[in-house]
Design a protein around this ligand. Structure first.
Ligand SMILES: Cc1ncc(COP(=O)(O)O)c(C=O)c1O
Length: 405
């Protein structure tokens, strides 16, 4: 049984820069899909460290592999060959059908690499003012360039001037894409999340993705699919665009690839694979042996344990349980998403649900103001999926029964 709800006072952290609105909870340890706080209270992890902890917590095969790697070699620099880089790159290429991978440390760094590739792709062809097509609702990171590609004005606020060279159109509107390409002949790539995460779990439709592939081929420009959040098995395929039967030219990855160890990658197909040449790009930490081992072991365990199938099947159990529990509840606009990337859109801002869900023993996220997002570990069992719904549905119902704030 769970310990009773204790109001944990916000820890005093005078030396930590206050960039986060944190919950008053301090975590201690985890096991599988469960996490404990310092007061011994247990939470079911519907958040997975924001789509990061693919294998949950303290995975019995990942932990010894990482312990062994830490004892052997953590970091060397990219002055030398790191054999594990080729092992992980080869696996990512095999799974994606693409050709080469560059390794970095986070999602925004993977996107920065992708943006540099798109610009250089233009310059290499004599286009010295390359632009990129991006979308309403997009989130690509918080560096100056990736926040400029991001749509949310709250993320821009206070950080102007933004990086120029982004043309923005609505998602899933192929006519708008075609019109933008006519109006902006310098566009060298189309850059989007296959499923928008921070924007509220908004999928690019299959026909839209297929249309973008066709348009990029016709114009000889790059299709760049940010799979930082939706990739690595989360939707039930290795990469979410595989549901559309297409391949991107450039695919940034991060989050779930290291199952918690910081890692990023940008994987490129033939049109983009040779754009970067020695000296064009680099990173100190990127591709270090520890992160590479985490990536190799994560993908291996995912294959051995059929976690793609699990994500699809358990995701369906969770979605159905949520649909049943919330059916007919006024204020629930839509339940959407695929596999273990689900969003429940409400008719009002619902940030307050974070603490209420935690008080009920569940970790969730709220994004785009009014969307409850569930991105749990891919090892989630069907029983745990039903428990998520059992914990979450009453919390949402109570919240929606109250007057709108
Ligand atoms: C689609 C997408 N791209 C990029 C990022 C940025 O990744 P990071 O926070 O690792 O820099 C995120 C983070 O949420 C994301 O969801």
């Amino acid at each position: 049984m769970n310990a009773p709800v204790v109001a944990v006072p916000a820890p005093s952290e005078p030396h930590v820069m206050q960039t986060y609105g944190r919950l008053p909870i301090a975590l201690s340890h985890g096991q599988g899909c469960w996490v404990w706080d310092v007061n011994g209270r247990r939470y079911l992890d519907g958040l997975g460290g924001i789509a990061v902890n693919t294998l949950g917590h303290a995975h019995p095969r990942l932990v010894p592999a990482l312990q062994e790697q830490v004892a052997k070699l953590i970091h060397t620099s990219n002055y030398y060959h790191v054999p594990l880089q080729e092992e992980l790159a080869a696996k990512l290429c095999e799974l994606s059908g693409l050709d080469v991978a560059f390794f970095c440390n986070s999602g925004l760094e993977a996107n920065e690499a992708a943006l540099k590739i798109a610009r250089k792709f233009g310059h290499d062809r004599g286009n010295h003012n390359p632009e990129l097509l991006v979308f309403d609702g997009a989130f690509h990171g918080r560096s100056i360039a990736t926040l400029s590609a991001t749509a949310n004005p709250k993320i821009h606020a206070g950080f102007g001037p933004l990086v120029p060279g982004f043309v923005r159109v609505p998602l899933n509107d192929i006519a708008a894409v075609e019109a933008a390409l006519k109006a902006h002949p310098n566009i060298t790539g189309i850059f989007l999340e296959t499923i928008q995460g921070e924007g509220g779990v908004n999928p690019a439709r299959i026909e839209f993705l297929q249309g973008l592939r066709r348009i990029c081929d016709e114009h000889d420009i790059l299709l760049m699919l940010d799979e930082v959040q939706c990739g690595i098995g989360r939707t039930g395929k290795w990469f979410a665009h595989q549901w559309a039967g297409i391949r991107p030219d450039v695919m940034p990855l991060a989050k779930g690839l290291g199952s918690g160890v910081p890692i990023g990658a940008v994987v490129c197909g033939p049109r983009a694979a040779k754009v970067m040449q020695p000296g064009n790009h680099g990173t100190t930490f990127g591709g270090n042996p520890l992160a590479m081992r985490a990536g190799v072991e994560t993908l291996k365990i995912m294959s051995e344990d059929n976690l793609l199938t699990n994500a699809a099947e358990v995701g369906a159990v969770l979605k159905t349980a949520l649909q049943e529990g919330l059916s007919g509840v006024a204020g629930v606009n839509e339940i959407r998403g695929q596999g273990l990337m689900l969003g429940i859109e409400l008719d009002r801002p619902c940030g307050a649900l974070l603490l209420r869900a935690a008080e009920a023993g569940l970790m969730i996220s709220v994004t785009a103001d009014r969307v409850v997002r569930l991105v749990p570990p891919l090892i989630l069992s069907a029983d745990e999926a039903r428990q998520i719904a059992t914990l979450l549905v009453p919390v949402i119902k109570t919240f929606l029964s109250e007057p709108k704030p």
